[in-house]
Structure formats: structure tokens, C-alpha cells
Design a protein around this ligand. Structure first.
Ligand SMILES: Nc1ncnc2c1ncn2[C@@H]1O[C@H](COP(=O)(O)OP(=O)(O)OP(=O)(O)O)[C@@H](O)[C@H]1O
Ligand SMILES: [Mg+2]
Length: 425
């Protein structure tokens, strides 16, 4: 079969692999990347049921791009780079981990067959995570964690041991929870989904392959009868042209809904400093907050010397932002945080700048008059994290960033630990 020579301005090299729904091409001019070209093909039951479906490649391509953009904004490391044509996207070239990582919120489908006695709709908290070895000929058998570790897979120099399995398991659940929160904004229940990981040429584990309507069960209003995912196709005993039209209409609906899954509340974190001398400390707060995806303003104003001006600035922010956190940075006697806190219903975090007299000065932030509820932290990172936790209550992308950061920190510690263990002193 002949292949295209170029797609979306990218010169194609050899076909690395062709599956049921996609072709993967080498890119001679971009050796660390590859191009994934979707096919107008829908399959189920390990390929036993298969149909051509015109327009499916483009719908899947856009669905996948929108999902991966959401996940990237939430801090997940992905192979996906960008769309390059209506049916193709650019991805990091990976050695794929041949495991399907499945997460379930409600029991349905194959889980019920493998776990007789569990009623359909049984709710897993935390979500249930299962792993299946990708092997169409043997119908993707379920594998335990021990089986994955014992396989001693090595991809692009990385041995898949217990640490790597732990990381992928946690990342799998996080991906599910981010998308579950996203779909909740459209009153859709994410019931279960499957993802795949790859190891890129730098030896990093990244979320790879695709996430599209083949990847999940999605029930509008949590009602199974309203399902809009590939299960509709799986359930068909005979497949008519009208049936395929319904499947395509559902897939298009999902693709379009994805445009409405961004958090809608306009948030802001305002760092008030009592004096420009505190700028260095405030910039550290702002940087840490922006790394967590927060929108930050820095303002200089003194509650002691310019009280009315301070309250006026505060009220301007109250009028224009739905989710708002104030961070007050004031040395010596902190009037700023308590004055803000006594005049607003939004959260105020005191984060006094470093000083030789901090031990005495801190009491002006801690021992506040009755009726005030401001918090006090000492380090710029802590102020940023706390602000993110507050905004994250209403913004799942910020919530995701916090969880992704925790996952990265744990992985970083494990890496440092294993490096130290391998050193000979
Ligand atoms: N970034 C990537 N780099 C290299 N290979 C990839 C990448 N993303 C996906 N692949 C691989 O591309 C192949 C083709 O995808 P496709 O989904 O068509 O395959 P399949 O295995 O037949 O289908 P399924 O996985 O749904 O059973 C898969 O083996 C997949 O693991
Ligand atoms: Mg596949």
C-alpha cells in the first residue's frame, strides 16, 4: 500500500507501525518525533468487528488534540505536541509500554464478567485501576503489577520496575480524575477509560497514544441509556448505515463538547506588598504561583499609610474576579493582611518577608483581632501553594497542577534515592 510522502508540511519517512486505527510515521527531519495519521476506521472486539467510517479520522484527531491540550494544561507530561493536519498530529517518538492502563469509577462492562456478584454501577472510591497486556491474539489478558515488573521491560534505556509502575498507576488515576472533573462541567459522567504510556527518546515516561471516543465510557447526566461513546458501536449486533451515522453523530457531539470543558471562573491572585523593598520576596511568590498556572498581579500599597487607596484597589479586584486570593507581604508590623482580611470575604494569606526580627514581627500576622480569619505562612512557595489550593477548589486545571506536582516530586525523590543506592562510597 502506498503512503503519503508529506502531511501538513512534514516530510514522512518510513511507516514505523500500522494498527487498526492509526499509522505512525518516522519524520527524518525531526528524529525525536513521529507523525500519527488517523484512519477512517472503527473497530471493536480486538478488531473482529470493523467498519469504514468516513470522517472518523478527523473527529478522532480533533477529540484527541483537545483532550491532550487539557491534560497538558493540568501539568501531565504527554507525547502529544500539536495538530499538523485535519487527520494527523505530531507526537514524541516513543517506545510504547505494551500495557492498557484502565481506570474505572463505576463497575460496568468486562469488570462485571470478571467479578461476578458486583452490581453494575458499584462506585469505586478511589477509582479502580486495572492493567491489561496488549495482545490482541489473546484478548488483552489482565496483568498484575507483579507480572509487569517481572517482564523486566526495557524501553529507550529505561527498565520498567516497581517505581515506574507506581508512577504510571498514579498518573493513570490522575488523568482519569482530571478528565472526570472536566466532563462534570457538562454534566457528563466519565465511567471508565484506558490510556497508554510510552518512553520517549530521553528516557522519560509520557502519556502517549491517543485519548478519543474509543478510549472511554461517557454517560450524559450519569444515565447509561444516554451513552455517547464507542460502546454504542460495540453493542450493535448488525451494523446499518443509519447505525454508523448515529455513532458518528455521537463522536462529533463529544468533540464539540470538549470546547466547553475549560474552567469558566476568572481567577486572580493579588500579591500586595507594603513597600517596594519587599519586591524580591513578592516576585518569588509570583513565580511559584505562575508555575502552578495562576494568574498573578503584584501591587504596592500600605494599609498604614494609604488605607483608603488599599481598600479601593482591593474592591476593584472583588468586582471583576469570581475566584480571588489576596497575599499580603508586609515587614515589621503587618497591618496590610489584617486590614484586607477585615474588609473582604475573600481569603487573605500573610507571607511576611525575611527579616532578623521575624520572630517578633510574625505576631502582628498571627495575633489578629477577633472576626478576622487570615492565614500566615513564611515561605513564598507555601503562599503560592495555598493560593493554588484555594483556587483549585473551583478550577480543576489548577487542582490538576497541584496533583501533577506532587507526582513529579515523588518521582524525583525516588530517582534521587535509587541514584544514591547505586553509588559506592
Ligand atoms: N508516540 C508514539 N510513538 C510510537 N508509537 C506510538 C505512539 N503513539 C501510539 N503508538 C502506537 O501506534 C500503534 C498504532 O496505533 P493503533 O491504535 O492503530 O494500534 P492498535 O494496537 O491496532 O489498536 P489498539 O491499541 O486500539 O488495540 C500502536 O501500537 C500504538 O501503541
Ligand atoms: Mg491503539
Amino acid at each position: 500500500m502506498s503512503h503519503p510522502k508529506e502531511v501538513g508540511g512534514y516530510k514522512l519517512g518510513s511507516l514505523i507501525i500500522e494498527g487498526k486505527t492509526k499509522q505512525v510515521f518516522d519524520l527524518p527531519e525531526h528524529p525525536k518525533h513521529c507523525l500519527l495519521l488517523n484512519k477512517d476506521r472503527i473497530t471493536a472486539g480486538d478488531g473482529v468487528k470493523a467498519h469504514d467510517l468516513e470522517g472518523k479520522a478527523a473527529i478522532s484527531n480533533q477529540t484527541n488534540a483537545k483532550v491532550f491540550e487539557i491534560l497538558k494544561s493540568a501539568g501531565i507530561h504527554t507525547a502529544f505536541e500539536k495538530l499538523v493536519s485535519p487527520t494527523a498530529f505530531l507526537s514524541k517518538k516513543c517506545d510504547m509500554v505494551p500495557i492498557e492502563w484502565v481506570t474505572r469509577r463505576l463497575a460496568t462492562g468486562s469488570f462485571l464478567k470478571r467479578n461476578p456478584g458486583v452490581p453494575e454501577g458499584f462506585r469505586f472510591t478511589p477509582p479502580k485501576q486495572e492493567t491489561f497486556f496488549k495482545d490482541d491474539a489473546n484478548h488483552d489478558p489482565q496483568w498484575s503489577e507483579e507480572q509487569i515488573v517481572s517482564a523486566k521491560f526495557k524501553f529507550n534505556g529505561l527498565v520498567i520496575g516497581q517505581d515506574e509502575v507506581d508512577y504510571m498507576r498514579k498518573a493513570t488515576i490522575l488523568v482519569f480524575e482530571i478528565l472526570e472533573k472536566a466532563w462534570a462541567l457538562r454534566d457528563c459522567a466519565l465511567i471508565d477509560m484506558k490510556i497508554e504510556f510510552g518512553v520517549d527518546l530521553d528516557g522519560n515516561i509520557v502519556l502517549a497514544d491517543v485519548i478519543d471516543s474509543d478510549s472511554w465510557r461517557l454517560w450524559p447526566s450519569g444515565d447509561k441509556r444516554l451513552m455517547v461513546d464507542k460502546q454504542v458501536y460495540r453493542n450493535l449486533t448488525t451494523v446499518t448505515a443509519a447505525d454508523l451515522d448515529t455513532v458518528k453523530r455521537n463522536f462529533t457531539w463529544i468533540k464539540d463538547q470538549l470546547d466547553h470543558l475549560r474552567p469558566t471562573i476568572h481567577h486572580k491572585v493579588v500579591v500586595f506588598m507594603g513597600s517596594p523593598a519587599d519586591q524580591e520576596h513578592c516576585v518569588k511568590i509570583a513565580k511559584a504561583a505562575r508555575d502552578l498556572g495562576l494568574d498573578v498581579d503584584l501591587r504596592v500599597t500600605s494599609a498604614h499609610k494609604a488605607t483608603e487607596e488599599t481598600l479601593r484597589i482591593m474592591q476593584q479586584y472583588e468586582d471583576t474576579h469570581g475566584a480571588l486570593v489576596f497575599i499580603a507581604v508586609a515587614g515589621r508590623s503587618n497591618g496590610l493582611g489584617p486590614v484586607l482580611s477585615g474588609n473582604t470575604s475573600y481569603p487573605v494569606i500573610n507571607c511576611p518577608p525575611p527579616s532578623d526580627k521575624l520572630v517578633q514581627d510574625i505576631w502582628s500576622s498571627l495575633s489578629v483581632p477577633s472576626g478576622l480569619g487570615c492565614a500566615t505562612v513564611l515561605y513564598p512557595d507555601s503562599a503560592a501553594l495555598m493560593a493554588a489550593q484555594i483556587i483549585g477548589l473551583q478550577d480543576y486545571l489548577i487542582w490538576g497542577r497541584l496533583r501533577a506536582k506532587q507526582l513529579d516530586m515523588a518521582a524525583g525523590l525516588r530517582k534521587a534515592d535509587s541514584k544514591l543506592r547505586s553509588l559506592q562510597f
